[in-house]
Design a protein around this ligand. Sequence first.
Ligand SMILES: C=C(O[C@@H]1C=C(C(=O)O)C=C[C@H]1O)C(=O)O
Length: 363
Amino acid sequence: MSDSSINLDELRQRIDQLDGDILRLISERADCAQKVAHVKLADDKDAVFYRPEREAQVLRRIMSLNKGPLDSEEMARLFREIMSACLALEQPIKVAYLGPEGTFTQQAALKHFGESAISLPMAAIDEVFREVEAGAVNYGVVPVENSTEGVVNHTLDTFMDSSIHICGEVVLRIHHHLLISDTTRRDKISRIYSHPQSFGQCRKWLDAHYPHAERVPVSSNAEAAKLVKTEWHSAAIAGDMAAKLYGLERIADKIEDRPDNSTRFLIIGNQRVPMAGEDKTSIVVAMRNQPGALHDLLEPFHRHKIDLTRIETRPSRTGVWNYVFFIDFKGHVDEPRVAAVLEEVKLRASELRVLGSYPQGVL
Ligand SMILES: C=C(O[C@@H]1C=C(C(=O)O)C=C[C@H]1O)C(=O)O
């Protein structure tokens, strides 16, 4: 036996030993999480097991303790799955997302809740809201903005008619591929299906490579992938999940125009989330239609040194909502300086609603 084979045997023995230790520790952890669930139930029979703020703290702590060689995001992803499995022991979490299966929104849902969550596809954003409001699912996941294409107006508009809370956010790097099926004639592609947002994110690439192909907008990338299965002259632009789900081949990889292309999704629910430490708050504010309204609205944030991360204007749909602004900022409503700003804004606005305070996306 050579030296290297002795080493290999020793190393494998060591790995077996470590796996045994990891197994024992994960089981012990799962036991603890189950006990936490029983404590929660003893306090309140309608207790919510899932705690977004606690999960964010667990993941942030793991990332800060990690010394490598695995990188911190990778390590946090492993812990994300351990927590997801622990939680599912008590009650698997049910999550509605903007479907069909294979969309980036499903990918975002699984990234946030882990693979042990039960994810249920909905046909439209309003349906995701309705399922959550009705209590048919625990949470919903909807897209809200893309770094290339901007805001998803429909999501913002739906918030205006809903009493739902934002419980979290998740940001996903979006990679698009050009996909074909085994019946597609790759030299005869005359039609490309995709979601309008994805066409927007791949515009330059399409102009350069398929300037004459007809671009047909459909309701989702997964729908585009499905259509390609039945047409020999068509291709689709979609992500990995849809490609795998429908067994399509990637003929061009990562065709998005900007390499940092990412989409932010919101987690919606019926729960108010306590402070996690690094939080964000989203509000919707209506101002009266008068000169200086936007300045009046933003001035208190500036004075209290609150960091705005986003502001969007949407047309009003009622007399009261003259100008409607969606504002995201760093901080939690339970912090005194945030409470002070909101008090001031309330005096200046014709309507103010806090959509939620939630942990900033960790993964
Ligand atoms: C164990 C708890 O409940 C759930 C499981 C968690 C975990 O596995 O660490 C964390 C938060 C909750 O979603 C808890 O609240 O501490």
